[in-house]
Design a protein around this ligand. Structure first.
Ligand code: SF4
Length: 454
């Protein structure tokens, strides 16, 4: 059948969709980019923010109307976190919905499509036994299927054992389960053999990875050492880390293993002890500051990125000032700032959402302005240096194309080991290759440069 799959949400969802695409193709289905040509419409959904769920709701109404009016059969399905969170509420609200599947059910989607095509709606939510399933779908991955030519994501854990007050992830993705290290190494080996040179290990709290079996314990730092030894692996990254799981062993591994990139995405969420406590983040401001200093001391040239939530219940102007101060102290390369919105079923949803939308917006702008200053100073420090860049492809800023003299050349974009975005001119066939770029300019988010051998 012709299948249209749309992905909302985080990197974990995008990896789920990549794995599911492989499963569907192996089952003989054809993936199409235009929903109007599809016989099956699937939405792989996110529940973390209301905005993502609203987007799915806005798709389902028109899709189901089209299905009712169409002379040919169309199947419509919701997969992932939103399907798991809302469960039977979805078919109750949307008559004609054919498929609802939790994030641990991806291996069963071909069978569920077959069942729905035979006229019997298929519903499967995750239970306690889906850990095995999720490892199976990762292991069965088609390494030759590559949305990105030179890089791939590899899941090492599923779910989360933290209970941050604002977050729905533990409820929808379940408790944390680590994959067997040998399975991870084998998957990385197959991806490298199929042409990738950069691997990003993925987990909700990736650095809390732990595999224990028959007296043997493999910590995250041990896993980094095992994976980094795969021949041909040029860059090893990982996201996302939780501050309380950062032991010196991980930092020492980052320092000592030459292909582990010196980049850490380290969400802080707030710079105020009072807010961190209400968020149940399990660290204080001074512990976070100490961790940042320790990262810089142990891993030379480490690059940090942050996450913040503004307008959490009870947040005051003084709390906001503490967050701004933390951004300055951490000297992040970049930082994501989100406006708080309550999510049903979380502890924070029981607290009064007492910061007005106007103040949330104002605080969002304020923190982004501070980050722009900090980010500009960070990026300006690279001007004049020569950096290795993995070329990703054409830059989204195509405005310069017309001014480029030679045919076949365009504005390209790539990343450094520190995850800096670098824009430079060159032929399109550099995509997927490593080049040396001399940095000539910087903004708060981007470096600009010239290829050294150009
Ligand atoms: S660490 Fe906190 S924010 Fe991250 S997934 Fe777990 S509960 Fe959610």
């Amino acid at each position: 059948m012709r299948i249209y799959l749309e992905t909302m949400g985080c990197q974990m969802n995008r990896l789920d969709s990549e794995l599911l695409t492989g499963v569907l193709r192996a089952a003989g289905h054809e993936m199409v980019a235009d929903p109007r040509q599809a016989e099956v419409l699937l939405y792989n959904t996110c529940s973390v923010r209301q905005h993502a769920e609203d987007k799915v709701h806005s798709r389902l109404g028109p899709d189901l109307r089209r299905k009712a009016d169409s002379h040919r059969p169309i199947l419509v399905g919701v997969l992932g976190c939103m399907a798991q969170r809302l469960g039977s509420l979805l078919p109750a609200r949307y008559t004609g919905l054919d498929l609802v599947a939790g994030p641990g059910q991806l291996a069963h989607i071909p069978a569920m499509i077959a069942q729905a095509a035979a006229g019997k709606p298929a519903f499967a939510l995750d239970g306690a036994d889906c850990a095995e399933d999720f490892d199976a779908i990762d292991l069965a991955r088609d390494a030759s299927f590559a949305p990105q030519r030179s890089q791939a994501f590899v899941r090492i854990t599923r779910g989360c054992n933290k209970r941050c007050a604002y977050c729905v992830v533990p409820a929808v993705r379940g408790p944390e389960v680590s994959r067997r290290p040998e399975h991870i190494v084998e998957e990385v080996r197959r991806l490298i053999d199929a042409g990738r040179s950069q691997i990003t290990l993925l987990g909700q709290t990736v650095n809390s990875y732990r595999w224990a079996e028959a007296g043997r314990t493999v910590r995250f730092s041990d896993l980094l050492a095992m994976v980094s030894g795969v021949p041909g692996l040029r860059r090893l990254r990982f996201v996302t880390s939780h501050p309380i799981d950062f032991g010196d062993d991980v930092l020492a591994a980052m320092r000592d293993l030459p292909n582990v990139c010196p980049y850490i995405h380290l969400p802080a969420q707030s710079g105020s002890d009072a807010v961190l406590k209400r968020m149940d983040r399990r660290y204080t401001r001074s512990q976070y500051d100490e961790l940042v200093d320790r990262c810089r001391r142990i891993v030379p040239g480490v690059v940090l990125a942050g996450d913040f939530i503004v307008g959490f219940p009870g947040e005051t102007d003084a709390d906001q000032a503490a967050s701004a101060e933390l951004i300055r102290h951490s000297a992040y390369k970049n930082c994501f700032v989100f406006k708080y919105s309550p999510r049903e079923g979380t502890a924070a949803a029981q607290m009064p959402d007492d910061v007005s939308p106007t103040v949330k917006r104002q605080r969002n702008h304020e923190l982004l302005a501070v980050q722009r200053e900090v980010g500009l100073a960070h990026h300006a420090g690279y001007v004049g240096r020569e950096l290795e860049v993995l070329t990703e492809g054409p830059s989204r800023r195509v405005d310069k194309q017309a001014r480029l003299p030679q045919p076949g050349r365009m504005q390209l974009v790539g990343r450094t080991v520190g995850d800096h975005i670098v824009v430079f001119d060159g032929p399109i066939d550099l995509a997927g290759q490593y080049v040396r770029v001399r940095i000539t300019g910087a903004t708060s988010l981007t470096l600009f440069g010239q290829r050294c051998d150009d």
